[in-house]
Design a protein around this ligand. Structure first.
Ligand code: ATP
Length: 507
């Protein structure tokens, strides 16, 4: 249906695509994978008319084609769900869904018509509870992501492309999306989606293509015939170490009850305590003690209260009652105050907790430390900061230019910068919220090693993740939340993805 051959794209001196091929067929789900910066987003941006190629051919149903822009591609049946969400926060859910084709009756908007058309698609994605006339700004990241998919589906496309649609989704929403994509493909539509979740790719996709450094490393292979190892090797190249991929249980800590149960924690050395903490509407009478050296996970469905634990430790929210005590004995009174007391916060939602996209990579990677820069030795300070940023980023397999603009990085590479920025603060408490969202399998393994090292040197680590595999791989124990209360804890041999999923879903 849509066939690209030999695509070339350069951004100034950077060659993002260097002869990329892709063939999408109606009725199939095709996954596109590759390391951060391999050129995946660039390829789908070209196929959806958002970027013009510097070379190569695109054919739509056998006819050579050149899209003049996204509207042209959309008019010819290409729908795209981009990595960076494009919803208008102040418009309502319904208005966002029809923003390019608002249904009108006698020249007026017809909210009833919008609602009638959107309802079945919203229901299919499990969004039936979302208030359609409320502004999108109030929705969580997962719902916003699904809303983008809903909008694309309402355009009744022939080709549907999604750039990392599952990276912010909890498992239940991934399942719903999978069902919807299967139905879409069954109608003869060609589906392409980009993901770093290799287990999910093998489960969901009919075919897989791999890009490496802008070139094809696998071209539309049948997913059923590929092992995880095959995929990792294709992504990273021969001879590359094969780190534990997302969703795999190859991690040495996972499945080793001895190590999981006893590693890290120094008995009786509670470094972080929450004592009878209540945040109205989020969490009630919550007590938790985390020892120096422990990696403790918090898990739950959206709104279960686990994220409020992160918020009070980072100073994003103040408890109405109860007390949070940091390793130094203080209480976080604001974000700035928490940072000053050694709390680092790595969010997965990099758009909200932003990077300075116009600044260089190394400036972002040292942004927190900059705040404390000594004025006298400015140049020397600058040189040493740049060197630190380089070392931290190299460890995460960052291959880009640290003097380049951060806004020009691929999404996953931006996430590495967020991680490096907080690493650089030499924190005593590290709060991670979906820290490897959008990060490739190689860098994900490195980031996990860094987190383990931080714990092994006496830091306290608190982790929330929509990726249950990440929680089971990294944590010594995971506290499960339901309706604002801690309802259980899994550790050691009990800490498996299956049990966690059961506990989180409340059965
Ligand atoms: N606007 C831009 N200006 C300059 N370079 C860019 C721009 N957009 C992307 N690049 C570069 O092109 C290369 C490919 O980026 P792209 O976003 O396509 O990667 P990706 O495979 O989608 O990565 P990720 O998995 O992190 O999303 C990277 O080296 C990136 O830094």
């Amino acid at each position: 249906m849509l066939h690209a051959t030999g695509l070339v794209k350069r951004y100034g001196g950077v060659t993002a695509l260097d002869g990329a091929d892709l063939e999408l067929r109606g009725g199939e789900i095709h996954a596109l994978v590759g390391e951060n910066g391999a050129g995946k987003s660039t390829l789908v941006k070209i196929l959806s008319g958002a970027l013009g190629p510097d070379g190569g051919e695109i054919a739509l149903n056998g006819t050579p084609t050149r899209f003049t822009g996204p509207r042209d591609a959309a008019a010819r049946g290409i729908a795209m769900v981009a990595q960076e969400l494009s919803l208008f926060p102040d418009l309502s859910v319904a208005e966002n869904l029809f923003v390019t084709a608002l249904p009108r009756r006698f020249g007026l908007l017809s909210p009833a018509e919008m609602e009638r058309r959107a309802a079945p698609v919203l229901a299919g994605l499990g969004l039936d509870d979302v208030p359609v006339h409320a502004p999108v700004a109030g929705l969580n990241l997962a719902d916003r992501q699904l809303l983008e998919v809903c909008r694309a589906l309402l355009a009744t496309p022939r080709v549907l492309m999604l750039d990392e649609p599952t990276s912010a989704l909890p498992p239940a929403a991934v399942d719903r999306l999978e069902t919807v994509l299967r139905q879409v493909a069954a109608r003869g539509i060609a589906v392409l989606y980009i993901s770093h979740m290799l287990q999910e790719v093998r489960r969901m996709a009919d075919r897989v293509s791999v890009l490496r450094d802008g070139r094809p490393a696998l071209r539309g292979e049948r997913a059923g015939g590929l092992s995880l190892d095959d995929l990792v090797r294709a992504m990273l190249g021969d001879g590359a170490p094969a780190p534990a991929p997302a969703g795999a249980t190859a991690d040495p800590v996972a499945g080793d009850p001895e190590r999981t149960a006893h590693d890290g924690a120094v008995p009786d050395a509670a470094a972080l305590t929450l004592s009878h903490v209540t945040v109205p509407g989020a969490v009630t009478d919550m007590s938790l003690s985390v020892a120096a050296g422990e990696i403790v996970g918090v898990a739950g469905l959206e709104g279960a209260g686990h994220r409020a634990v992160l918020d009070v430790v980072c100073g994003l929210r103040r408890p109405a009652s109860g007390r949070v005590t940091l390793p130094g004995g203080g209480t976080p009174r604001s974000v700035r105050d928490a940072v000053r007391q050694g709390v680092a916060f790595v969010p997965g939602d990099r758009k909200r907790f932003g990077l300075m996209l116009d600044q260089t990579v190394w400036e972002n990677a040292t942004a927190v430390r900059w705040l404390g820069a000594a004025r006298g030795s400015w140049w020397q300070h600058r040189r040493s900061l740049r060197a630190r940023a380089q070392a931290n980023l190299r460890r995460m397999r960052f291959h880009g230019d640290i003097d380049g603009r951060t806004g020009e990085l691929s999404g996953g590479n931006q996430q590495k910068v967020v991680f490096a920025k907080w690493l650089d603060t030499d924190p005593s408490v590290i709060v991670l919220d979906d820290p490897t969202r959008g990060v490739d399998v190689g860098a994900r393994g490195e980031m996990h090693d860094i987190v383990r090292d931080l714990a092994a040197t006496g830091r306290v680590v608190l982790l929330a993740s929509t990726d249950l595999a990440e929680l089971t791989e990294l944590c010594h124990r995971v506290v499960v939340f339901q309706r604002g209360e801690a309802t259980g804890e899994l550790r050691g041999a009990e800490l498996t993805e299956q049990r966690l999923s059961t506990a989180v879903n409340g059965s």
